[in-house]
Design a protein around this ligand. Sequence first.
Ligand SMILES: [Fe+2]
Ligand SMILES: [Fe+2]
Length: 279
Amino acid sequence: MTTFAHLSDLHFGRLHGEAADALLGDLWTKNPDLIVVSGDLTQTAGGREFEAAREYLRQMPKHPVVVPGNHDLPAWNLVERFTAPTWRFRRYIEPERFPLQETEDVVVLGINSTRPHGWYWDWGRGRINLTQIGHIRRVFARRLESKLCVVAAHHPFLRPPQEKRHLVHGPRDLMRLLADCGVDLLLAGHFHKVHTELAATRHPSTPRIVVAQASTSTSYRFRAEPNAYNWFEYDRGRLHVVVHTWQDGQFAAASEKTYVNWHGHWEHETPKARETHGT
Ligand SMILES: [Fe+2]
Ligand SMILES: [Fe+2]
């Protein structure tokens, strides 16, 4: 079995210090096999914010898989934004463009979904290009059947209820390509809203992969939801996720879901599904 914690949108610069300390305590207590941080480490991509974020990551029980978010690119220094948008992130946080960690039954690959500019006003939007898809395909081509293949990016693939902001560009085509690469689980952040769902539940034409998006784990940048992080347990085709939200001065389990892989397709684990598949 592998356990992993999914944190997101730490936003040093708008830090909720009490939640940040409690989260570190949880990580040391639970001691997950892997830790994933899906972007927005900082608020304005400043050097001091990155230094504080680096120090925080160093205090975790394990070196996490980290990808940049749109807030980790310089917003006002356009020269830097156009010429070296992620240099501070690479210097302070993670030099690898495709950070990869694995256990005996889980592989996590980080992908940079941020873009420094585009033909639209909101440069906070995200994309994943075909070069990145090609890399994902090559990495997961050597996967063993029993390994859970996880991609972590910053921009979300599914829109939570009541959410109007942009998803990563072309999410449904992207999910088909990623499923074709063998991806089982997509982790993201950005909306600061907890959302875990089978992609096919929302859009029947999309593959049966699981999408999990985390709230801001440690900042005051609330979007009508408290701080939270996702806790995963994976064991032989069964994926259990527990959302821990900030309540009364601590993180506590607030909701949970279980998914099961039936012959390559993910489904909610329900009594009906168990009956259908004869287990
Ligand atoms: Fe954020
Ligand atoms: Fe973001």
